[in-house]
Design a protein around this ligand. Structure first.
Ligand code: DGL
Length: 261
């Protein structure tokens, strides 16, 4: 099966995109809801949590690990690749590939958690592909709690998004990377404030496509992955709010299994 983890809810956007791209494959999702958010924690702590999350998924039978969290992707990918003998996908590289292909002016905005933005990994990867790029990054720490709270369509959310995007707008970005897996949930609000001509790069779709392409071209991984379209969802803390927002993101009811980390 394909194992996907995040600090909590946001990675469900990736799970949904993977389910859409690869409906026949079995998926196990782990949301570390007891220890969320990761984006406000130190790199050492995020690495430790991401390693434990990956170990849990591999114990469950994961033959691919998907780090469906930008904060964990930005600091823990190398550690996970070193420790576990399975292909590892993170959400940053596919988003950077998409953004650098689509941008016309080479002026790219990146929004994410403090952990992701201060890691500088988006800048580094964008420059590797497009040395002339002008990159404008901004940490948006209030957006994750707003999404977790279910405030997708509140005027307050639109106001905060507008405030965060203002400096990027004045620099005339033509492409905006949603560098946090929670942000696709409020994509309409972000698109409205960024301007309709700005390309939105949703890392959940980017990584799901990259995984599909990888599986399609690798017969050995095809043989290792179980099929049947079965999905399992584990969380380290079950709350009514998580269940409600999870239903909204996945557009269906799910059974949550509790696991202690
Ligand atoms: N989903 C996480 C990310 O993509 C953000 C949530 C968190 O801070 O834990 O960075």
């Amino acid at each position: 099966m394909i194992g996907i983890f995040d600090s909590g809810l946001g990675g469900l956007t990736v799970a949904r995109a993977v389910m859409d791209e690869l409906p026949d494959y079995d998926i196990t999702y782990f949301g570390d809801t007891a220890r969320t958010p990761y984006g406000a924690k130190s790199p050492q702590t995020v690495i430790q949590y991401a390693m434990e999350d990956s170990a849990f998924l591999v114990d469950q039978g994961a033959r691919i690990i998907v780090i469906a969290c930008n904060s964990a992707s930005s600091v823990a990918t190398g550690h996970i690749m070193d420790r576990f003998d399975v292909p590892v996908f993170e959400v940053i590289t596919p988003a950077v590939d998409m953004a650098t292909e689509i941008t016309k002016k080479g002026i790219i905005g990146v929004i994410g958690t403090r952990a992701t933005i201060s890691s500088g990994v988006y800048e580094q990867k964008i420059r590797e592909r497009l040395a002339s790029a002008k990159i404008h990054s901004r940490a948006c720490p209030l957006l994750v709690p707003l999404v977790e709270e279910g405030w997708m369509n509140k005027p307050e959310t639109r106001m905060i998004v507008k405030k965060y995007l203002h400096p990027l707008k004045t620099r005339q970005i033509d492409t905006l990377i949603l560098g946090c897996t929670h942000y696709p949930i409020i994509k309409p609000a972000i698109q409205a404030k960024a301007g309709k001509r700005v390309n939105m790069i949703d890392s959940s779709i980017a990584v799901a496509r990259a995984i599909r392409q990888f599986i399609e071209t690798d017969t050995s991984i095809q043989a290792q992955l179980t099929r049947g379209g079965n999905t399992r969802f584990f969380v380290s803390d079950i709350t009514p709010q998580f269940e409600k927002t999870a239903r909204l993101i996945l557009n269906r009811n799910i059974t949550l299994n509790h696991v202690t980390m």
